[in-house]
Ligand binder design. Structure first.
Ligand SMILES: NC(=O)c1ccc[n+]([C@@H]2O[C@H](COP(=O)([O-])OP(=O)(O)OC[C@H]3O[C@@H](n4cnc5c(N)ncnc54)[C@H](OP(=O)(O)O)[C@@H]3O)[C@@H](O)[C@H]2O)c1
Length: 448
C-alpha cells in the first residue's frame, strides 16, 4: 500500500505509473462476520454496539470483472446503513450477499464469511476491468452506491427500478470502508477538486438520496417557493436536503433535537427551525396510540413559522415516530417523500388526511446514476457543501458507527482509509478559498 499512497501524495504520477503499481493480494477493510450475525440477539437496538461487531483486518483482494474498477480508497464515511449492517438489523446483510452470489459466477465473489461494508468513497482508480472506457488508472474519483446489472428491461427508464439493483457496500461486498474497494465503473464520478479526500467522501450517499427525494421527477419535483419540511436537518440526509432546498429557492422548515443542531441549520441559511426536543413534541401517547393532538400542535407551529402555509413537501426518514405527523401536516395536494424508517417501519397514519387532502406518499430509494451525477455536480461547483463534522481513522470505525447509531453526531462522520492525515487532496485551492467557511460549518460540531 505504501507505493500506492506515495503515488497519490506525489500528485504527479501518470496513468501509466498507476497502472504499473502492483495490486496487493490483500488489504485492510472494516467488516462484519457471518459467524457473529447472532451476537446481539435479545438486546434492544440501542445496546447493540457497532464497535463490537465491526472488525478491521486483512481481506483478500477480489478478482476484477468486466465493467468494474478497483479503487485505492483515500477516505470513506459512515452512513446509517453501516449502522444497520453492524447491528444486524433489520436483517444480517449476509442473506443479500448469498442471494447476489446465486445470480452468477462473478457475483459469487460477494458471498464470503466476511462483509466489507461502506457505501461512500473518495480515491484513485487503480485498475479497470474489460469494457471500461471512461475511466483509467490515476483518475481521482468519488463513487455513488448504486450497483446495477441492467440486464432486465425494467431498469432502462430508471436504473433504481432494475430488479438486480443493489446498494454497494450494503447489499454487495468489498465496500468503501477499506483501503481498496470494488465498484462498477458506472458508480464513478469526478472527485470535487476543491475538497479534501475526507470531505469529498462524505457527500455521495446522502446527497444523492436527498437530491432524488426532493428535486428529481422521480421524487417530489421541488420548485421555487415550496415549503419543505426536513426531519433531522442536522443529520446526514437532512443537512444536504436543507442545502438543496435553499439552492432551489424553496423554504426549508428544519426539524432538529437540540439548540446546537438548530444553530447548524441556521448556519446553512435556514431561517425556520423547530427544536422538537425543546418544544416537547411526542407524537405517540403510548407504543400503540398516535397522538393526533400533537400532530395538530406541530402543524400549528409550522404555520406560525411560515405565515400560515403548510409544507408542499415533507422529507421523511424517521418513520414510525413521525410518519403520522408528516402525513397530517403536508398541505392539500402535498407530497410526503420517504426513504427510510429509522424509528420503526410499521407506520400508522390517519388515511382521512391523505385522501381528503389529496396528498401523495412517494417511496424513494438512493438515486440513479444521472441523479447521483447531478447531485455530485452541485458539490463540484461549490453549490452544496460537505457537512463533515468529525473524522476517524479506519481503526476506530466501530466507534464512529456507534456515534451515528446513538445520534451523537451531526452531519457526516468521515473515515480516513489510505489518506495518512486530514487535509490532503485539494487541487483547486481558489475554489476552496471561496467556500472555506461553508465547507467547515459542521467541523468539530459534535456534542461533547
Ligand atoms: N433509502 C435510501 O436510499 C437512504 C439513503 C440515506 C439514508 N437512508 C436512511 O435514512 C435515515 C437517516 O439517515 P441519515 O444518514 O440522515 O442519518 P443521521 O445522520 O443519523 O440523521 C438522522 C437524523 O434524524 C433525526 N431523527 C432520528 N430519530 C428521530 C426520530 N425518532 N424523530 C425525529 N427525528 C429523528 C435526528 O435528528 P434530530 O435528533 O436532531 O431531530 C438525526 O440527526 C436512516 O434510516 C438511513 O438508513 C436511506
Amino acid at each position: 500500500m505504501r507505493e500506492i499512497i506515495s503515488a497519490v501524495l506525489s500528485d504527479d504520477a501518470s496513468s501509466e505509473d498507476y497502472a504499473a503499481l502492483p495490486v496487493p493480494d490483500s488489504y485492510r477493510g472494516a467488516f462484519v462476520r457471518k459467524d457473529e450475525a447472532g451476537m446481539f440477539e435479545g438486546l434492544p437496538s440501542a445496546a447493540k454496539d457497532p464497535a463490537k461487531s465491526l472488525h478491521v483486518g486483512e481481506v483478500p483482494t477480489p478478482e476484477l470483472g468486466p465493467g468494474e474498477a478497483l479503487i485505492a480508497v483515500m477516505a470513506s464515511a459512515i452512513n446509517y446503513n453501516t449502522v444497520w449492517s453492524s447491528i444486524f438489523e433489520p436483517l444480517p446483510t449476509f442473506g443479500f450477499l448469498e442471494r447476489y452470489a446465486r445470480t452468477g459466477p462473478l457475483a459469487a465473489r460477494h458471498d464470503q464469511p466476511f462483509h466489507v461494508v461502506g457505501s461512500d468513497l473518495s480515491g484513485v482508480v487503480l485498475r479497470t476491468g474489460p469494457g471500461v472506457g471512461r475511466w483509467k488508472p490515476g483518475d481521482r474519483v468519488v463513487a455513488h452506491c448504486l450497483s446495477v446489472e441492467l440486464e432486465s428491461p425494467d431498469g432502462h427508464d430508471d436504473t433504481m427500478l432494475d430488479p438486480e439493483q443493489r446498494i454497494w457496500g450494503y447489499e454487495t461486498n468489498y465496500g468503501g470502508l477499506a483501503e481498496l474497494a470494488l465498484v462498477k465503473a458506472n458508480q464513478l464520478m469526478p472527485k470535487p477538486a476543491h475538497l479534501t479526500w475526507e470531505e469529498a467522501a462524505s457527500s455521495g450517499l446522502v446527497n444523492s438520496t436527498a437530491y432524488r427525494q426532493l428535486v428529481s421527477r422521480n421524487g417530489a419535483g421541488m420548485k421555487q417557493g415550496d415549503v419543505v419540511l426536513i426531519w433531522g436537518a442536522g443529520g446526514g440526509l437532512g443537512s444536504y436536503a436543507t442545502q438543496i432546498a435553499l439552492n432551489g429557492g424553496a423554504i426549508p422548515v428544519c426539524v432538529v433535537s437540540s439548540e446546537h443542531k438548530a444553530e447548524l441549520a441556521r448556519a446553512m441559511g435556514a431561517e425556520l427551525v423547530i427544536d422538537r426536543a425543546a418544544e416537547g413534541f411526542r407524537f405517540w401517547r403510548d407504543e400503540q396510540t398516535p397522538d393526533a393532538r400533537e400532530w395538530k400542535r406541530f402543524g400549528a407551529r409550522i404555520r406560525e413559522l411560515t405565515g400560515s402555509e403548510d409544507p408542499d413537501i415533507v422529507l421523511e426518514h424517521p418513520g414510525r415516530e413521525t410518519f403520522g405527523a408528516s402525513v397530517f401536516v403536508a398541505r392539500r395536494g402535498g407530497t410526503v417523500v420517504t426513504c427510510a424508517s429509522t424509528s420503526g417501519f410499521q407506520h400508522q397514519y390517519d388515511n382521512r388526511y391523505l385522501w381528503m387532502g389529496l396528498k401523495r406518499v412517494i417511496g424513494s430509494h438512493f438515486a440513479n446514476y444521472r441523479e447521483a451525477w447531478q447531485a455530485n455536480r452541485l458539490v463540484t461547483k461549490g453549490m452544496v457543501h460537505p457537512t463533515l463534522s468529525t473524522v476517524h481513522p479506519l481503526s476506530t470505525v466501530g466507534e464512529a458507527a456507534r456515534e451515528v447509531h446513538l445520534n451523537q453526531h451531526s452531519g457526516k462522520v468521515g473515515i480516513l482509509c489510505l489518506a495518512p492525515r486530514e487535509g490532503l487532496g485539494v487541487t483547486a485551492p481558489e475554489l476552496r478559498s471561496r467556500h472555506e467557511k461553508a465547507i467547515n460549518r459542521f467541523r468539530s460540531s459534535n456534542l461533547p
